[in-house]
Design a protein around this ligand. Structure first.
Ligand code: PGA
Length: 250
């Protein structure tokens, strides 16, 4: 079994640096107790510099987004080079909340390459907005995976995290069932193998996101077959997030 990976995605929260620091201390203490789990925090970019001062060891930091160019005239954007220079290790790429405001599969592919070039790990989000009884959502997922990684050298697949986050489960409380998660883990492995070969496919870390909570994390982790979680809402409450870390610890 690969090392479990549990990622906190704070989105546009909390509203002050003081609160961010408080939650961060709590998460760090929880992570310290479970060194078998790799814990990552993706705060709003504006807090990265300050949180970085006390990161390291138990918790790594991630950015929630990046531009695909290393530098240039892009008002309001941050580059993978900047994120790397701060000491963060990961970048979330293609979250559904960014795809919703226009990020295409092509944009996601460029951001993945830019992230890898900066020697950071992309956490690549994929997921369907709804499930249909004909199973068309499988084709949708296959297109997202194929277009995201077609230009990535096979040797870099060990540096890739895929977060399967069905959009209907994000922030809704409607978690995918354990069977859905297991089926999707096998499906993602199958399409990675089909398009990129078995060796590369088996090196990718696959995690689940979408209403992961303290009361469903253990079951989803044990029977879902994925290597960890991307957690939104529950990552802002230290006790909830700590329980999710424990659920994946051995
Ligand atoms: P949620 O968000 O845990 O609040 O559903 C997950 C995500 O969007 O990454």
């Amino acid at each position: 079994m690969p090392q479990p990976l549990v990622i906190a995605n704070w989105k546009m929260n909390p509203q002050t640096l003081t609160e961010a620091k408080q939650i961060f201390v709590g998460i760090k203490n929880a992570a310290k107790k479970h060194p078998s789990v790799s814990v990552v925090l993706a705060p709003p970019a504006i807090y990265l510099t300050e949180l970085m001062k006390s990161a390291g060891g138990a918790v790594s930091l991630a950015a929630q987004n990046t531009h695909s160019e290393p530098l240039g005239s892009f008002t309001g954007e941050i580059s993978p080079t900047m994120i790397s220079a701060l000491g963060a290790k990961y970048i979330i790429v293609g979250h559904s909340e960014r795809r919703m405001i226009g990020e295409s599969n092509g944009d996601v592919a460029k951001k993945i390459m830019a992230t890898l070039k900066a020697r950071l790990t992309p956490i690549v989000c994929i997921g369907e907005s709804a499930r249909d009884s004909q199973g068309n959502f499988f084709t949708f997922i296959e297109t997202q995976v194929e277009t995201a990684f077609e230009i990535v050298p096979r040797t870099r697949f060990k540096d890739i995290v895929i977060a399967y986050e069905p959009i209907w489960a994000i922030g809704t409380g409607a978690t995918a069932t354990v069977e859905d998660v297991k089926e999707m883990q096998l499906f993602i492995l199958k399409i990675l193998t089909k398009h990129f070969g078995r060796t590369a496919a088996e090196q990718v870390t696959i995690i689940y996101g979408g209403s992961v909570k303290p009361d469903n994390a253990a079951k989803l982790y044990e029977a879902g077959g994925m290597s960890g979680f991307l957690v939104g809402g529950a990552s802002l409450k230290v006790t909830d997030f700590a329980t999710i870390i424990v659920a994946t610890a051995n």
